[in-house]
Design a protein around this ligand. Structure first.
Ligand code: SF4
Ligand code: SF4
Length: 373
């Protein structure tokens, strides 16, 4: 089982789509959901309890998460020293990687680094100078011989030209990422939709860019025999090739759970303090017998639910955006899936000819990557 360990609720950046929006959204209510605002900012359980909980799972995988988890480097080291895990993953803003000794960095299977594209765009969203610091840290991780996967993890919104920014991250001259993933800033906040030109951007920029990017991805396979690791495409195409339906692809609530700082277990890392979704506590729960939480309407009746999987449990349950607004997000999913379905025959032909292989589409599931943007 995969577990996000939320090490802290604090972060040292003030990104536009996270910190800024949380300030704007501060007075909005969560409807009937009961929120516990007293969850501590750092872990308050002892590692003995965590170890005892995880020891009931023979193959736990741990994803360090925050806030910014690398503000708690000593906790990361203590946990890595003590817990026997199948794999360790971190989702980080990338500013502190250099502070962790190589022996620990090299224990990570995957490092998700937040970066939104080129220097101008990343610094616009995340703050001046952030891009250069992240690049310096990623280069350091490569220099010490890290062999795992480094995923450039973008958040995208109206200033993002998805085609150019994904391509730029894949080919950028400053540092080398193994893969690129992104998530659209949509459905997380209550009050942002009406202030944003979201519909226009989706129609005129994002959906057009995705169509171009899928064409580029397949042409690249045809020309060079190489499958670029663009996560949303890999995940969907792997399922289409296998003919397998998918549940929620991030795994939240059924293959991936989160342990908040006080030891309560929640379905998804951003559902901290949502008491209605507390699924137990590490003191008295079994990691393999946790209640499963699945997406509800409208995903349950959606024509592409088995290809999409439901996109986001948090957005589905909390319904922060109106159904009309969220329908625009679903249109982006449908657009991407339609484009990918259209190129599957060409991909099958390339596999048949031996130019690429089925295994080129493999990826580690439920390690914190949402897959559907
Ligand atoms: S496209 Fe929208 S409604 Fe359909 S499964 Fe995905 S998130 Fe749910
Ligand atoms: S996609 Fe949604 S449910 Fe899944 S981890 Fe992200 S916020 Fe949570």
């Amino acid at each position: 089982m995969f577990f996000h360990l939320i090490l802290t609720t604090k972060c040292d950046l003030k990104c536009k789509y996270c910190y800024e929006k949380s300030c704007e959204d501060i007075d909005s209510d969560f409807g009937d959901f009961e929120i516990d605002y007293s969850v501590p900012s750092r872990i308050s359980y002892d590692l003995e309890t965590l170890e005892a909980f995880l020891s009931k799972d023979t193959e736990p995988s741990l994803i360090f998460y925050g806030g910014e988890p690398m503000l708690c480097i000593e906790d990361i080291k203590r946990i890595m020293d003590r817990i026997k895990a199948k794999s360790f993953v971190v989702q980080t803003n990338g500013l502190h990687l250099k502070k962790l000794e190589p022996e620990y960095l090299n224990k990570f299977d995957t490092i998700f680094v937040s970066i939104d594209g080129d220097e101008n765009l990343t610094d616009f969203y995340r703050g001046k100078g952030v891009y250069r610091k992240v690049v310096e840290n990623v280069n350091f991780v490569r220099k010490i011989g890290f062999r795992g996967e480094i995923v450039a993890r973008m958040t995208v919104m109206e200033q993002t030209d998805i085609y150019n920014q994904v391509l730029w991250l894949l080919n950028n001259p400053d540092c080398s990422f193994s893969s690129v993933h992104w998530q659209i800033d949509a459905g997380f906040w209550k009050t942002d939709f009406e202030k944003r030109p979201f519909a226009k951007w989706v129609e005129e920029s994002y959906n057009v860019g995705i169509r171009r990017l899928v064409r580029f991805w397949v042409e690249h396979m045809e020309k060079y025999g190489r499958v670029l690791r663009i996560y949303p495409f890999l995940g969907v195409v792997e399922s289409l090739l296998k003919g397998e339906p998918s549940l929620l692809r991030c795994g939240s609530g059924w293959a991936n759970y989160s342990i908040q700082t006080d030891g309560h277990i929640i379905p998804c890392p951003i559902m901290g303090g949502m008491k209605d979704f507390y699924l137990g506590h590490i003191e008295n729960s079994h990691p393999l017998r946790l209640k499963k939480v699945f997406v509800g309407f409208p995903c349950t009746t959606c024509e592409i639910r088995y290809e999409c999987g439901g996109r986001c449990l948090y957005a589905n349950l909390t319904k922060r955006w109106s159904s009309e607004a969220y329908a625009l997000v679903c249109k982006t999913v449908k657009n991407m899936i339609d484009c990918l379905k259209a190129v599957v025959p060409r991909i099958k032909q390339l596999i048949y000819e031996g130019k690429i292989s089925f295994s080129d589409f493999n990826y580690t599931k439920y390690n914190g990557c949402e897959v559907i943007p």
